[in-house]
Design a binder for this molecule. Structure first.
Ligand code: F6R
Length: 262
């Protein structure tokens, strides 16, 4: 796990966008795993700008989102399907028919989760997975005690996540759906490369537990310690509880060249 600490989230977002852009230039037909929530918005807006001025193209990209609320229609303003169109897909040159999001309105949820896993396999697997992290250590919506080998399935949100996400539902925790569909931790760990972004002091404890604590289903993101290619992009507040913060900075500042940093 490579932990990279930036002075602020703007510089972290620029670096993360450069990383994604370089991967895309190397493989224009890449399969991208995408996240929603507040964290990736800055990364997406940098990628949208690069796309608009012709530096990168998403025309050959296939994407799979991590998660979706159960019982919310894809056109509902709170659905992750709508979030993706509003904040990313409608602003880049991706072919919308190559984008995939779990179907929160599926009649047969188990079957639709199995089909989601199959479409990821049929696409050749995820080349680059983008993640945020919940304040309780979740990735996707794999809440504490999720199996570290889990696949796409329905999960129930914790009260901490319901409180955290109430801001997207007019501040009303009762309006936040209790159930979600999410890629599993096993699904996420199969991506070739993973980048995780975390900003703000509210993420500091989860980030420290993920990177420096034991691997435990109580902190689902700690499973990333078992993945051979993970980069963590942090701002200073999110890094504030890391014991080895100075070491991570020292290592990064001595990387041989800018190219190697991407
Ligand atoms: C969303 C997702 C979640 C979020 C996490 C952080 O697709 O997978 O794991 O990344 O809940 O959310 P924000 O970024 O809103 O703090």
């Amino acid at each position: 796990m490579e932990v990279i600490i930036y002075p602020d989230k703007e510089s972290a977002n620029r670096a993360a966008a450069d990383f994604v852009a370089n991967a895309l230039r190397r493989n224009p037909h890449m399969v991208l795993g995408l996240a929603t929530g507040e964290t990736p918005l800055g990364l997406y807006s940098n990628l949208i700008k690069m796309n608009a001025c012709g530096q990168i193209s998403f025309a050959g990209v296939t994407s799979f989102n991590l998660d979706e609320y159960v019982g919310i229609d894809k056109n509902d303003e709170n659905s992750y399907a709508r979030y993706m169109r509003d904040n990313f897909f409608d602003k880049i040159d991706i072919d919308i028919s190559n984008t995939h999001i779990p179907d929160g309105m599926a009649e047969d949820i188990r079957q639709s989760c199995r089909a989601y896993e199959k479409s990821i396999r049929d696409a050749g697997g995820i080349d680059l997975q983008i993640l945020g992290i919940g304040s309780d250590g979740h990735i996707g919506f794999n809440e504490p005690t999720s199996s570290l080998a889990s696949r796409t399935r329905m999960k129930t949100l914790t009260s901490e996540t319901i409180q955290d996400n109430a801001r997207f539902f007019g501040g009303d925790p009762d309006a936040v759906p209790r159930h979600v569909l999410t890629m599993g931790i096993g699904t996420i760990l199969e991506a070739d490369t993973v980048i995780l972004l975390a900003y703000g002091v509210s993420k500091a404890a989860a980030v420290a537990a993920m990177a420096e604590g034991p691997i435990t289903s109580m902190i689902p993101a700690s499973a990333l310690q078992m993945h051979p290619s993970v980069k963590i992009f942090l701002d200073e507040p999110a890094a504030s509880k890391l014991k080895l913060a100075d070491y991570y900075k020292w290592v990064y500042s001595r990387k041989p060249s800018i190219d190697a940093k991407h």
